[in-house]
Design a binder for this molecule. Structure first.
Ligand SMILES: CCCCCCCCCCCCC/C=C/C(=O)SCCNC(=O)CCNC(=O)[C@H](O)C(C)(C)COP(=O)(O)OP(=O)(O)OC[C@H]1O[C@@H](n2cnc3c(N)ncnc32)[C@H](O)[C@@H]1OP(=O)(O)O
Length: 243
């Protein structure tokens, strides 16, 4: 699955919906057993959630958007397919969440390709299920530091803290993901799937039990004047970077 939403693969409502539909199609076709998730945007895996969906819109839109974000995470996190990410670019916040929801992560060895949950740098916070997904991957202490400081880890550090499983030269990121896949596909499917569910269901259930409350919390939080201002300032900084 090659993500293509130029210029930065931001996860807009439309793009989230496309990803969901693609995933559902693959999952319902018995011929498919695995996905390699990668990017078609040079140097960028994903810039995360689309800030334009969270800025200057009305509460109904925020609620619709957040429901789609929840849905995409739940579907990827619990997918019965083997999902491996071949991370071939910078990968921020919501994009990083998507990679953390995969079964295995290969990152291209380029110092520019940092990844992490950097929400605090924007003046916002990573929701509890983003946090849980990170804790499940790198452990509590590393997650606590990474989340508070909004750290984006370059490849060597991402490997060292366990955020990714392998770092390879850029031109080998896809072939490394394919090689890894062979090992996962050699395991009897039902046993692997049940084990995945055993490991992940408690984390997913936390959100499933509080889905509506989580949407309401998001809408309340994102609608605050101070948060809207912080997002506008951040977007402005991104634009000024060019001049
Ligand atoms: C009491 C508590 C209750 C709590 C309740 C819960 C609360 C929940 C809170 C909210 C949770 C929200 C979670 C958010 C998750 C996210 O994912 S936020 C997004 C974070 N992403 C980023 O910080 C990355 C930002 N982008 C970049 O750093 C760079 O763009 C890049 C990815 C490194 C690429 O750089 P470069 O190649 O130089 O391209 P640019 O010129 O910077 O960008 C090109 C254009 O794209 C626009 N853009 C970039 N990122 C985004 C984005 N995420 N969304 C929308 N648009 C984006 C950028 O502005 C450029 O636009 P133009 O200038 O118009 O070309």
């Amino acid at each position: 699955m090659k993500m293509r939403n130029p210029p930065v693969n931001s996860l807009s409502l439309e793009f989230l919906t496309e990803l969901l539909i693609s995933l559902e199609k693959l999952e319902s076709d018995k011929a498919f057993h695995a996905i390699i998730l990668t990017s078609d945007c040079p140097g960028i895996f994903s810039a995360g959630l689309d800030l334009m969906e969270m800025c200057g819109r009305d509460p109904t839109h925020y609620a619709e958007y957040w429901k789609a974000v929840q849905e995409l995470w739940l579907r990827f996190y619990l997918s019965h397919l083997v999902v491996i990410s071949a991370i071939n670019g910078v990968n921020a916040a919501g994009g990083c969440l998507l990679a953390l929801s995969c079964d295995y992560r290969v990152l291209a060895d380029n110092p520019k390709y940092a990844m992490g949950l950097n929400e605090t740098l924007l003046g916002i916070i990573a929701p509890f299920w983003f946090k849980d997904t990170l804790v499940n991957t790198v452990g509590h202490r590393t997650a606590e530091r990474a989340l508070q400081l909004g750290l984006l880890f370059p490849p060597a550090e991402a490997l060292q803290v366990g955020m990714v499983d392998k770092v390879v030269p850029e031109d080998q990121v896809l072939s490394a993901a394919r090689s890894e896949l062979a090992q996962w596909l050699a395991i009897p499917g039902h046993a692997r799937q049940l084990t995945k569910s055993l490991m992940r269901k408690p984390t997913a259930d936390r959100l499933l039990k509080e889905r509506d409350a989580d949407i309401q919390n998001f809408v309340r939080f994102i609608s605050r004047d101070a948060i809207q201002k912080a997002l506008r300032v951040y977007l402005e900084k991104l634009k000024q970077k060019k001049t």
